[in-house]
Design a protein around this ligand. Sequence first.
Ligand SMILES: *[C@@H]1O[C@H](CO)[C@@H](O)[C@H](O)[C@H]1NC(C)=O
Ligand SMILES: *[C@@H]1O[C@H](CO)[C@@H](O)[C@H](O)[C@H]1NC(C)=O
Length: 282
Amino acid sequence: MMESYLLGYGLMIVLCGVESILLDMTHTFDNTSICWPNGQAKFQLKILAKGLQPGGFWYQGDDITSGIHVGTHMDAPCHFYKDRWCIDEIPIGRLVNRPVVMIDIRQKAAQSPDVNVTLDDLKRFETKYGKIPSGAVVVQCSGWSDKYPDVAAVFGNNREDTSDFHFPAFSVAAADFLIEQRGIVGVAVDTPSVDYGQADIYPVHVLLCNHNLYLLENVKDTCLLPPIGATLTSLPSKIKGSSGAATRVFASWTFSVSRAGRVHYRFKFVVVLLTLITTYLP
Ligand SMILES: *[C@@H]1O[C@H](CO)[C@@H](O)[C@H](O)[C@H]1NC(C)=O
Ligand SMILES: *[C@@H]1O[C@H](CO)[C@@H](O)[C@H](O)[C@H]1NC(C)=O
């Protein structure tokens, strides 16, 4: 088993000079999951049966209770706009293998939590990495993923007072540019909301939802993404008529190994191959 894995891995590097990465960007869904304090049900897993049954087989069955906008989740466009797609209506092509760009605002977020991904951040990003592709998902990296699920650290207070929340988000101007000039399909944040902490009328939610974009919140490890070159897949459960759903989010990308690296891997490959041959030859 181990040997065939090594063989496949070695072959890929030698033939293509690339390695592939798969990054799970989902916080585990449980009773510590960050929950917007608006009366949503707290998460609870109720185990109805777990054990050896009279027929001699093992069986577990459960119920869950939970709010929808909890943990790593997707806001459907119908969350903040009338007659827009609910979670079951978002076409799957907009969810799977989307090009993804990562906007790193860690430096200014460390100075103050009340910062946004701004139009200036996007312009600076494009100068360095090129135009954000249409059909992309734009991911904010603020460093907040490391604070999760500490309620006081994530929200900037633990008093459930939404007028005194402090965490990084997106500005309206940045969202408007990404919709009108770049034709993206969604945005993601490692914080609890795409609207800044003390927002009371949620203008970024409204703008994005009006244009049928989806929003991913409390996304894990966004700062581990490369700035460009990865693809993102976000799979919410297909709950009819729901304004959102807990979502499995993951990214994948490949990176090329340099010429020197390839020579190094070729050498290692030959060593592994020779070891296998000498081990398995009768
Ligand atoms: C959270 O779930 C764990 C089991 O995963 C349980 O032991 C614990 O009591 C629960 N806490 C609350 C506050 O419900
Ligand atoms: C962040 O963006 C929102 C929406 O555009 C804006 O109201 C807020 O003032 C911005 N925050 C800062 C610190 O610029």
